[in-house]
Design a protein around this ligand. Structure first.
Ligand code: HAM
Length: 422
């Protein structure tokens, strides 16, 4: 047999698989529309430079990139945020603010294919541009939470872990930890929940920070919830912003789905204030969703400093969770009418009926080749049709048709005009 020519980390969307993806996308789209977001898209290929500007090592190391025939260095999009920034920068001056956009792009990352991570995936993106930190961050979280609830997940299934990059960075700067160490520190903090405490201690030791700084770090990692943060005497604008965001979260009724988690710092370089990730509560899978505020990214493209925030939610981890919970609908092909002819004499009227019903929005099928009525009826059942319309000579003379309900088996003769009126 020929070798499998499927590209590693990609999926073949057979109809039953594609319908499940459609179910997820439908919930995403309906939720974003309910919040007043407008749908848009950008190109699948972008210049390599777009990602060099500010995505950070994690993304640029995973790029699918190539040189085209004109010698341009291009990349398949690994995420949508740089495209959003590039597109918005072009219309920023005239566009009414805030700009509220969503999209469901196909993205590509050269990652090691594993549970929850592939090389090609879909990612629901929701962004608000032109609004300062506060309610807008909570609105984007709301879209993420409500889309998961719409898909049937419950409070016990997932948690939105929230933090603030300004709070973290100013806290460490105030503790005397420099910018270079700070980046290393982010990586250590981000990894802290995934490794034993000794490993975190050892990594901190390797940073070469002094006793006082280590104490500050311990104090930081000791913040376990929003009450701990409230009690903390230390303050900076990022902390105040976090408290304000949590008070909006409570007021909006999202409290049961959200928690402060100071280990969330996010891998991408462009994040500034509020950051968050959504995880499932039971399976300990990779993040379902990640997002946050990126107040300086648009400046890189248009020279204007405009606040922005948003998130990306992939279909892979989410699809696995929904599958485990039995929340993905069974695939069902829907056919309203299967048209059956007794002989080829009835073909013209059958074709005309098919067109009329299809124009009215019904799904209609019929056998492409002349075959017995028995075989046509078998095809109708196999197609999952609700009814068969049987065209015979007698019926045609009377401009009527025999209708068989394929679920109940009930049969009756009806004027064709009645069928068209349905
Ligand atoms: P990200 O954390 O890189 O953020 O990705 C967000 C989500 O996309 C992840 O939580 C995951 O669900 C999905 N995802 C990422 N990589 C893969 C992969 N290889 N396979 C399957 N799913 C994946 C961003 O991309 C930001 N641009 C999100 C954002 C939008 N921030 C602001 N606006």
């Amino acid at each position: 047999m020929r070798e499998d020519l499927t590209v590693r980390g990609t999926r073949d969307y057979y109809p039953e698989v594609y319908s499940r993806l459609g179910h997820i996308m439908d919930a995403w789209r309906r939720t974003a529309l309910a919040y007043g977001f407008e749908e848009f898209d950008g190109p699948v290929i972008e210049t390599l430079d777009l990602y060099r500007i500010k995505s950070g090592d994690e993304i640029t190391g995973q790029l699918y990139h190539f040189t085209d025939k004109g010698g341009r260095e291009l990349a398949l999009r690994p995420e949508l945020t740089p495209t959003v920034a590039r597109m918005v920068a072009k219309i920023l001056r005239e566009a009414p603010k805030p700009i509220k956009w969503f999209s469901i792009p196909r993205c590509f990352r050269y990652e090691k294919p594993q549970k929850g991570r592939l090389r090609e995936f879909f990612q629901f993106n929701v962004d608000i541009i032109g609004e300062e930190e506060g309610l807008s961050d909570v609105e984007t979280m709301g879209v993420a939470i409500d889309s998961l609830l719409r898909l049937g997940l419950k409070e016990d299934d997932f948690v939105v872990k929230i933090n603030n990059r300004d709070f973290v960075s100013v806290f460490f700067r105030d503790a005397g930890i420099g910018e270079k160490d700070e980046r290393e520190l982010y990586k250590i903090i981000d990894n802290a929940p995934k490794v034993p405490p000794e490993v975190t201690d050892e990594r901190i030791g390797d940073l070469g920070i002094d006793g006082k700084q280590k104490q500050a770090l311990d104090e930081y990692l000791g913040i376990k919830n929003i009450e701990d943060l409230e009690r903390m005497k230390y303050s900076n604008p990022g902390k105040e912003s976090l408290l304000a965001v949590f008070s909006h979260i409570q007021a909006a009724g999202f409290g049961p789905y959200c928690a402060l988690d100071v280990t969330v710092v996010r891998g991408l370089d462009y994040y500034t204030g509020t950051v968050y990730e959504i995880f499932d509560k039971g399976e300990r899978m990779r993040a379902i969703c990640g997002g946050g505020r990126y107040n300086h990214l648009l400046r890189e493209f248009g020279g204007l400093e405009v606040p922005a925030c948003g998130f990306g939610m992939g279909d892979v981890v989410l699809g696995d969770i929904l599958e485990k919970r039995g929340l993905l609908p069974e695939y069902e092909k829907k056919v309203d009418y299967f048209l059956v002819r007794i002989s080829e004499d009835q073909l013209p009227v059958l074709l005309e009926t098919a067109r009329t019903l299809r124009k009215k929005g019904h799904t209609v099928e019929y056998a492409y080749r002349p075959t017995s009525v028995k075989k046509q009826m078998a095809k109708a059942s196999k197609a999952g049709a609700a009814s068969a319309l049987i065209f015979g000579r007698e019926e045609m003379e009377e401009k009527s048709v025999r209708v068989k309900d394929l679920r109940s088996g009930e049969e009756k003769t009806l004027p064709l005009a009645d069928i068209f009126a349905e």
